[in-house]
Design a protein around this ligand. Structure first.
Ligand code: CA2
Length: 138
């Protein structure tokens, strides 16, 4: 059974509570239940943190054991060389996901330090982006 970790970064614990016009109205916990029911052949694990170092520690922890990582690093995508280096330092392939289309938003969101270190990126397809990213690992 393939083991996949979904990581959400800062502020994504607020999904479903604020800015529903940008990020939808579902909590990630509820969506994660749906993901698990849609992918019974996969062992899915979820981790969320608002702390850059905790995200890096988690990538190091699983990055030689798991079959894939689906990563929405939130705002750190646009700022964090350290997170980019963590992705490069592990064996497990990472798919970058953004709920919103980062290219149709402010200019500072157009660049992600993570994209070149990931196998691919899905942006702008809402929460469905996570399901599509999982599909890559199937
Ligand atoms: O579209 C995405 O998934 C983002 O990674 C979300 C980040 C943003 O900084 C990126 O540019 C794009 C922000 C996450 C904030 O999440 C919230 C969720 C609900 C309510 C308020 C914030």
């Amino acid at each position: 059974m393939k083991k996949i970790l979904i990581i959400n970064g800062p502020n994504l614990n607020l999904l479903g509570t604020r800015e529903p016009e940008v990020y939808g109205s579902q909590t990630f916990e509820a969506y994660f239940e749906l993901l698990k029911s849609e992918s019974p052949e996969m062992d899915l694990v979820y981790f969320q943190s608002n702390h850059e170092g905790a995200l890096i520690d988690k990538i190091h922890e699983v990055g030689f054991d798991y079959d894939g990582i689906v990563l929405n690093a939130g705002g750190y995508s646009h700022t964090s060389v350290a997170l980019a280096d963590a992705i490069s330092s592990v064996k497990t392939p990472v798919v970058e996901v953004h709920i919103s289309n980062i290219h149709s938003r402010e200019a500072f969101r157009h660049h992600s330090f993570l994209t070149s270190r990931c196998v691919g990126i899905i942006s702008g397809l809402g929460l469905k982006g996570y399901a599509l990213a999982l599909g890559y690992f199937k």
